[in-house]
Design a protein around this ligand. Sequence first.
Ligand SMILES: Nc1nc2c(ncn2[C@@H]2O[C@H](COP(=O)(O)OP(=O)(O)OP(=O)(O)O)[C@@H](O)[C@H]2O)c(=O)[nH]1
Ligand SMILES: [Mg+2]
Length: 386
Amino acid sequence: MIVCTAGHVDHGKTALVKALTGVDTDRLAEERRRGLTIELGFAPLELPGVGRASVVDVPGHGQFIPTMLSGCSNMDGVLFTVAADEGPMPQTAEHLDILSLLGAERGVVALTRADLADQARLAETRSRTEALVKGTFLEGAPMLPVSAVTGAGLDGLRAALAHMLAQVPPPPAGAPRLHIDRVFPVAGSGTVVTGTLTGGPLRRGDAVRLYPSERTARVRGLQCHGVPAEELPAGTRAAVNLAGVRLREVCRGDTLAAPGSLVVTDRADVSLRVLPSAPFSIRSDSQLHFHHGARSLTCRCVLLGRDVLRPGETGWAQLRFAQPLAAAPGDKFVVRFFSPLATIGGGMLVDLTPPKKGRMSRAGRPAGGPGPGRPRRRSPPPLPAR
Ligand SMILES: Nc1nc2c(ncn2[C@@H]2O[C@H](COP(=O)(O)OP(=O)(O)OP(=O)(O)O)[C@@H](O)[C@H]2O)c(=O)[nH]1
Ligand SMILES: [Mg+2]
């Protein structure tokens, strides 16, 4: 099972992961020099009654939101941090928005750096955090003061995380999928990719496909946190040694999946929700950053049946991607504005092979049909419940 961290820069995510697991997930020299997480970090977490879970430690700095997005796209639960001595900050709210858009269902809130806050400050941070999470998946979640320096509160946090993961339903028995977040060579073994395995188990010897290139490869070896395995279940961090693919033929953001299980497309009809807190509306034909799994693309957003989608509204749109997208219907995504760079909304991919729809379809007139006056080829289905 996967727990991802979240929270503003310097709010003690990495220090807390180290205090819980013994692993310093800031492994790059630049990260250690700057005291800043830049890349995703990974650590095994032993929890009473649960066994071994995996922590994905994400960066908090606003500049690294795409990396944060790639780390939290497939989590079972969230370790949400707010520094007790500082309280909620901009990326506290932005990470919460992103997690909500990605469908996060459970989490634990750690009020970190509690040794730096007196009782009054702690109470203020608690009440501001409660106000922030009201109406989200974190409303009513355990909120625990902790210190990575003194160790105060860590046992209670472990128990809360174990309780949270005990609620996670068993993994599905479908086709395996892994959004690739790292690619590296291993001397004598060739190409290794890592990611969070979802959808179904992966076995040594399995034939797999890399998307969107649609290259075929074979699983030569598997590891979870450095431990070799013949088979890994969905919901684990996986390192996959691939036969039949060269290092330069695969990159971060690609997806490894069962052959034939994903659609490669340049457009999708989506249900799109604009965050209530979004500073702007989305206008038809806007250019947006599109985030799905570990992949970031650019797209043009054609609103269907309207010219503008305002903060708090949900509507139908056709997204036209500048680069190929490999996905399955029902996948979640997040969109961000170009300038200023801000998370604006997200939603669900509904139809990955739609006819092209344009301005005409906005007025409920022909969509994709060759001539004016033709009936719409397909009207959007009713919007799913929020
Ligand atoms: N006193 C005290 N300092 C802490 C505690 N936790 C973290 N710190 C300090 O806070 C600073 C930031 O900690 P990090 O763990 O790197 O914060 P982060 O949230 O991982 O930061 P990013 O990954 O860059 O977003 C460091 O100087 C830590 O030593 C704590 O519990 N008590
Ligand atoms: Mg960090």
